[in-house]
Design a protein around this ligand. Structure first.
Ligand code: AMP
Ligand code: ZN
Ligand code: ZN
Length: 358
C-alpha cells in the first residue's frame, strides 16, 4: 500500500507531495573506495527513480541561438588556436583546440616562483586553460556527432595532454565538460576544456591515496574490481569499456565509463580504443539525456598524475565520471564531505540499461 506524505527535498529544499511506498528501502551508508568518502542512500527522501527528470532551461539550448564566437567563420573572435582537426583544414575544420580568452591560469608566468612566508603558501598562477570546440556548427551537441567524431574529440584531448606532459612544471591535466548553464557552462556551443595545473588537485590526491589503501588491503585495483562481477550496476559494454553506475554514487544517475583493462593514463588511449570509447560515450550520454529529459551535465576525466612513479601504477586506473545536474548541494555536503543520494545506483543502472533510443 502506498502512503501519501509531504517530503522536503533533501538538497533543494523543494517541497513535493506524493505517494511514497511505506515499504521503500531503508537508508544505507556506502563507502566509495575510489574517492574515500561516504554516501548516504536515502530513498525515502526522494521521488521514484523513474520520476527524476531535469527541468530543462530552454534558454540554454544551443539550438535556440544562431551563431557565436566558437562557430566556423568566427575564428577571429577567439583566442589563438593551438591546433585543429583535420590539421590542414581551412573553413572545413571539425574540431579546434584554442586558448581560453579568459584563462584561470596564465601560460606566460614563471612556473618556479613560490612563496611560503609566514606559513602561507603561494605559487605563481602559471598553467594552461584551453577550450576544445567539438563541432563547427552551433546547434550540434556531442550526442549529435557520430561515434567517429566523438572519438576525434577524445583524440584531441589526448593530443593536447601529450603536449602538456612534456613540461615538468605541469603536474596534472584536468579534462572536463560543462553542458548547460546549471552545470557551469557560459557558452552553449558544444565544447569542453583542458587545464594543465602546476599543483596536484585535492580530488586527485585523495583518489590516489584511497586507491592505494584499497590495493594494499585487498591486492586489487578498485576500478578493475568495479568492472567485474557487478552486473546489477552495469549499463552497457563496448569492446574495451564498461559504463556503470558506481556502487557508492554520490549523485543520482552518476555514471562512470571505465576501461576494462588496467590502464592509468587516459592519454595512452590509441585510435582503436578511442573509436570504441567514442561509441560508448555517445550512447551513454544519449541514454542519460533520454531518461532524464536532457539534463545539464558535467563529465570529467580522472587520470593518473602526469609524471607517475612506477610504484603507483598498480592502483591508478583512469575513468570518465558523468554527473547529470539534478540536485543542488547544500550545507550537509559542505560540512561533512558526505553526500546524500536518493537513488540507489542499481535502480539507476536498470533504468539506463533499459532506455530504448529512437
Ligand atoms: P564554459 O564556461 O564551461 O561554457 O566554458 C567556456 C569557456 O570559453 C570559458 O572558460 C570562457 O572563458 C571561454 N571563452 C569564451 N569566449 C571565448 C572566446 N571568444 N575565445 C576563447 N575562449 C572563450
Ligand atoms: Zn556557436
Ligand atoms: Zn585497474
Amino acid at each position: 500500500m502506498g502512503q501519501a506524505h509531504m517530503c522536503i527535498s533533501f538538497l533543494t529544499g523543494e517541497v513535493t507531495v506524493g505517494l511514497h511506498m511505506a515499504a521503500s528501502r531503508s537508508p544505507e551508508i556506502r563507502k566509495d573506495a575510489v574517492h574515500n568518502r561516504w554516501v548516504i542512500f536515502s530513498p525515502a527522501r526522494a521521488r521514484r527513480p523513474s520520476d527524476f527528470k531535469s527541468k530543462n532551461d530552454p534558454s540554454q539550448n544551443s539550438r535556440n541561438q544562431v551563431e557565436c564566437a566558437f562557430c566556423a567563420g568566427h575564428e577571429n573572435e577567439c583566442a589563438p588556436e593551438i591546433f585543429r582537426f583535420p590539421p590542414e583544414s581551412t573553413s572545413d575544420w571539425q574540431i579546434r583546440v584554442i586558448q581560453n580568452l579568459y584563462p584561470a591560469l596564465s601560460r606566460d608566468l614563471d612556473p618556479s616562483s613560490e612563496d611560503c612566508a609566514g606559513g602561507l603558501v603561494t605559487v605563481s598562477g602559471f598553467g594552461f586553460h584551453d577550450v576544445v570546440i567539438e563541432s563547427p556548427s552551433h546547434p550540434i551537441v556531442l550526442t549529435d556527432l557520430s561515434p567517429a567524431q566523438v572519438a576525434g574529440v577524445l583524440l584531441a584531448y589526448k593530443k593536447r595532454i601529450d603536449q602538456l606532459r612534456l613540461l615538468d612544471s605541469i603536474k596534472y591535466v584536468q579534462v572536463f565538460k560543462n553542458h548547460g548553464a546549471s552545470a557551469g557552462a557560459s557558452m552553449s556551443h558544444s565544447h569542453s576544456q583542458i587545464m594543465g595545473l602546476p599543483v596536484v588537485p585535492p580530488t586527485a590526491s585523495a583518489r590516489i591515496q584511497s586507491m592505494k589503501e584499497h590495493y594494499n588491503e585487498t591486492g586489487e585495483c578498485a576500478l578493475c574490481e568495479a568492472t567485474r562481477n557487478n552486473n546489477h550496476l552495469l549499463i552497457d559494454e563496448s569492446g574495451h569499456f564498461s559504463s556503470i553506475t558506481p556502487f557508492a554514487a554520490a549523485f543520482p544517475f552518476e555514471i562512470w565509463i571505465i576501461p576494462r583493462k588496467h590502464s592509468w593514463h587516459f592519454h595512452d588511449i590509441d585510435n582503436d580504443k578511442a573509436s570504441d570509447l567514442g561509441g560508448l560515450l555517445k550512447l551513454t550520454l544519449a541514454k542519460m539525456s533520454a531518461q532524464l529529459n536532457n539534463p545539464p551535465y558535467n563529465f570529467v576525466i580522472h587520470s593518473a598524475l602526469l609524471h607517475i612513479d612506477p610504484s603507483q601504477t598498480p592502483f591508478n586506473h583512469w575513468f570518465i565520471q558523468i554527473v547529470p545536474q539534478l540536485t543542488v548541494l547544500g550545507g550537509f555536503e559542505l560540512g561533512t564531505g558526505c553526500y546524500i543520494n536518493p537513488v540507489f545506483p542499481e535502480e539507476a543502472a536498470k533504468l539506463l540499461r533499459e532506455v530504448k533510443l529512437p
